[in-house]
Write a protein of this length. Structure first.
Length: 511
């Protein structure tokens, strides 16, 4: 097993020479990576679980035997959770870049566990509504922080060859959580008294989080983060731990190409001003790309998903108690997309697959919108049509998160994810509110048809952004995709705007 330790003896003061990124990227897939993905990927399952449970138990919370809430108060629960996600992403994203990935993915899971657990303990009546909303904010903060910390950790510790398919699969498991949440609420609400059923449903997530904390406690810190912040001894210990785990199941490891050595000047704390400088001065095309991908998919998903039950009920006259059964097919299509075609993002390539999935889903949505307007669909065929649309849209949307996490420098990666996640959530909130208004009483298909066409156009625009600004990141080291701000041994030609082959003449910004 060929390895090279970090070495202080360099020509530049206060700099480090290291092969740690190359050592990570040359590793074969192993049980360690599988355990890493399971332990960290639970974040998206919890988010899907949490949102689905909150949506499904909403009607029960209006009963006098539970919390006796008004319909407006129930609807606001989702808003407060969304606000918490945005706050958590921005706050914990900053801390993740400052304190490390491991520290944060333990803290954020704990914050979610406490928040969701307290939701289940909400007393009924009076001012306890404020307590309920506060617990939803807290749970949302934990999940929002998970998005930033976990996407960063997975990308930094998964070998470059597998990064695309793994990131897509992990992000796609949101829909596995949604499926689990649907099964749980269907059983609990039909077999447990209302006063206890909704509380038991909200406790499922914290129990699962407790199990995952146990698994996460033995995961190492990201060696990439450690070496970029000057923690040489810790980085060497972490990478050796990973290599030993892999070698124990895969035997002798491939040699390391010494030409991939980096010279690093550890950076100080990167604030949001430095983040904006890195994004819009050095990577304007990439910033436009990530903004387009994240905002368009969030608009479409929130608009369709959160009004799905209303469409079935008002336009297709499905009983409110039966809408969950149609949801299974919809969620299955969303889950199948990233899991089945995710590997193509590593083989065919990022630009082609992202552009293709976004544009194709937009075209298919437009076709289904015409069929909906003409009254050619029933509840079953409408659900099938959406399952096909979102088979491709889900893979594209997951690739949007992948893009946000790999096209910016390591020092600002988590904060960049957080910023674009927050922007995307704002577009998503607008989409769901607007579509609910378009549905109205279900008497006019033309208004909702117009909304579907706008959603289709949005996805096509996202695909066109990938055509013009996409980055060919497949199989490439993260440091080649976006040179870290602290790397001084790489020539300026290793940084490219928007993935083009035109070199940037100015060296990387230093802080």
């Amino acid at each position: 097993m060929a390895t090279t330790s970090a070495d202080n003896a360099t020509d530049s003061p206060h700099s480090i020479r290291s092969l740690i990124p190359a050592r990570i990227d040359r590793l074969p897939w192993s049980r360690f990576h599988t355990r890493l993905v399971i332990a960290l990927g639970i974040a998206w399952i919890l988010d899907g679980l949490e949102i689905t449970i909150a949506s499904n138990v909403g009607p029960d919370l209006t009963l006098k035997s539970t919390l006796n809430l008004g319909s407006g108060a129930v609807g606001d629960i989702a808003w407060w959770y969304l606000i918490g996600e945005v706050i958590g992403a921005l706050y914990f994203g900053r801390l993740s870049d400052k304190l490390g990935r491991r520290n944060l993915f333990m803290i954020t899971l704990g914050v979610y566990l406490i928040g969701s657990g307290l939701t289940a303990a909400t007393p009924g009546g009076g001012h306890w509504l404020i307590f309920l909303y506060a617990t939803r904010i807290l749970a949302g903060m934990g999940i929002g922080g998970e998005y930033a910390a976990i996407n960063s950790a997975i990308d930094e510790m998964i070998p470059a060859k597998y990064r695309g398919r793994i990131d897509l699969a992990v992000n796609g498991t949101y829909w596995a959580g949604a499926l689990i949440g649907t099964v749980i609420t269907l059983w609990v609400l039909n077999h447990v008294a209302p006063g206890w059923g909704w509380r038991i449903a909200f406790l499922v997530g914290p129990v699962l989080a407790l199990c995952i904390i146990y698994v996460r406690r033995n995961l190492p810190e990201s060696p990439r983060w450690q070496i970029m912040h000057g923690h040489e001894a810790e980085a060497e210990q972490s990478i050796r731990e990973i290599e030993d785990h892999v070698a124990a199941t895969k035997g002798e490891l491939p040699p390391v190409d010494s030409s991939n050595e980096l010279e690093i000047r550890p950076t100080t704390q990167i604030g949001y001003l430095a983040l904006l400088r890195a994004l819009f001065r050095q990577y304007p095309g990439r910033s436009v790309l990530v903004f387009a991908l994240m905002s368009t998919q969030s608009f479409l998903y929130n608009a369709i998903f959160f009004t799905y039950g209303l469409v079935l009920e008002f336009f297709f006259h499905v009983k409110a108690t039966d809408t969950a059964y149609y949801f299974f097919a919809f969620a299955a299509g969303n889950l199948a997309g990233p899991l089945t075609i995710g590997r193509l993002f590593d083989t065919i390539g990022r630009k082609k697959m992202i552009a293709g999935t976004y544009i194709l889903s937009g075209i298919l949505l437009a076709i289904s919108a015409v069929l909906f307007k003409n009254g050619s669909l029933n509840a079953t065929t409408q659900t099938i049509a959406w399952a096909i649309v979102f088979f491709f849209a889900s893979a594209g949307a997951s690739a949007g998160y992948l893009t946000a996490s790999e096209v910016f420098p390591l020092e600002v990666r988590a904060k960049a994810i957080a910023v674009f996640f927050a922007i995307a959530q704002a577009f998503g909130a607008f989409g769901s509110a607007w579509y609910a208004h378009l549905i109205g009483t279900g008497s006019d298909r033309n208004t909702l048809f117009a909304g579907y066409i706008v959603g289709a156009i949005a996805m096509v625009l996202g695909g066109l952004a990938a055509v013009f600004f996409g980055v060919n990141a497949e199989g490439r080291s993260l440091e080649d995709v976006a040179t870290p701000l602290g790397v001084i041994g790489k020539p300026p030609e290793s940084i490219f705007r928007a993935g083009s082959e035109r070199p940037v003449t100015d060296p990387p910004a230093e802080t």
